[in-house]
Write a protein that binds this ligand. Structure first.
Ligand code: BTN
Length: 237
C-alpha cells in the first residue's frame, strides 16, 4: 500500500535512513508509505554489504511501504530514478548500470539499495548531488550533479522530483516485472553490448531476461544469466 504524496520524515543525522525505516516498521509506523530524508548518514549501507559514504553534499533518502514481494521492483525503481535525475543532468545523458546504478560518463551518480523486511519494501537511494571531490578510491568511479553541471542543486528539490518519478513509475508499470518494464529498461542499460565480468563468467551482455536478469553471451556462443552480485563492465567501473 503506497499513497502519494508520501509522509515525509526529515532527519538531521542518522546511522542509515534504511535502518530508520526498519525501526518504523518495527513500531508499526509506516502507514501508507514514508519518505525519510537525512541531511547526513553515519553508517550508510550499499549493495553487497558495502559501505555507502555520504556527506551533507549528497542526498540520502529511503522510501518504505507495505507491498508483496516483487523482483521487478529494482528495475522499476531504477527507471524512476533515471527519469528524476535526467531532469537535473542537462545535456549529460544518464544510463542505468545493471541492476540499478544510475551512471553518467561511466561513473556512478546514484546507488539504490532495495531491502525487504516482513511485508515491507525499503528503497534506499543515495544521490551524489553537490559533491565537489571524491576520495581517491572513489574518484575514478563516482560523479555528482555538481561535477556534471558545474552548479549546485537543491537536495530537497531532487528528493521531490524522485518522489514524483517513483509515483509515475508505479502508476505506469505497477510493481511487477513485465514486458513493458523490460522494454523501457533495455535501451537505458549501459551493460548491453559491452563485455562484462561477473562470478558467473565473462562475455558480452546481450539482453535482459524476463526475470530481470542480465543475459550474457560467452565468446564460445553460450548464454548464461546473472541474477545478483557485482558485474564489471568494460569502460565503466
Ligand atoms: C549501492 O549502490 O550500493 C546502493 C547505495 C544506497 C545508499 C543509500 S543512501 C540512503 C539509504 N540508506 C542507506 O544506508 N543506504 C541507502
Amino acid at each position: 500500500m503506497i499513497k502519494f504524496p508520501l509522509t515525509r520524515i526529515n532527519l538531521d543525522t542518522v546511522d542509515s535512513t534504511n535502518n530508520y525505516a526498519k525501526k518504523l516498521i518495527r513500531e508499526g509506523k509506516i502507514g501508507d508509505g514514508v519518505c525519510i530524508i537525512a541531511n547526513e548518514q553515519t553508517q550508510g549501507r550499499g549493495r553487497l554489504g558495502r559501505i555507502w559514504q555520504s556527506s551533507e553534499e549528497s542526498l540520502c533518502m529511503t522510501v518504505a511501504f507495505k507491498h508483496k514481494f516483487s523482483e521487478g521492483l529494482t528495475l522499476i525503481v531504477a527507471l524512476g530514478l533515471y527519469d528524476a535525475l535526467s531532469s537535473f543532468s542537462g545535456d549529460k545523458k544518464l544510463m542505468i548500470k545493471w541492476p540499478n546504478d544510475i551512471i553518467c560518463q561511466g561513473k556512478k551518480l546514484c546507488g539504490i539499495l532495495c531491502e525487504r523486511v516482513s511485508e515491507y519494501n525499503i528503497i534506499g537511494i543515495g544521490v551524489n548531488v553537490n559533491n565537489k571531490y571524491f576520495d581517491a578510491e572513489f574518484a575514478y568511479k563516482a560523479t555528482s550533479l555538481y561535477r556534471l553541471c558545474g552548479k549546485e542543486t537543491d537536495k530537497l528539490m531532487v528528493s521531490k522530483q524522485i518522489e514524483l518519478a517513483l509515483c509515475r513509475s508505479f502508476t505506469t508499470y505497477g510493481f511487477e516485472l513485465s514486458e513493458n518494464v523490460i522494454n523501457a529498461y533495455k535501451p537505458l542499460c549501459a551493460n548491453i553490448g559491452k563485455n562484462t565480468e561477473s562470478i558467473k563468467g565473462k562475455g558480452e551482455a546481450v539482453d535482459i531476461g524476463n526475470d530481470g536478469s542480465l543475459v550474457v553471451k560467452t565468446a564460445e556462443g553460450k548464454f548464461f544469466t546473472v541474477n545478483s552480485g557485482e558485474v564489471i563492465v568494460n569502460g565503466i567501473y
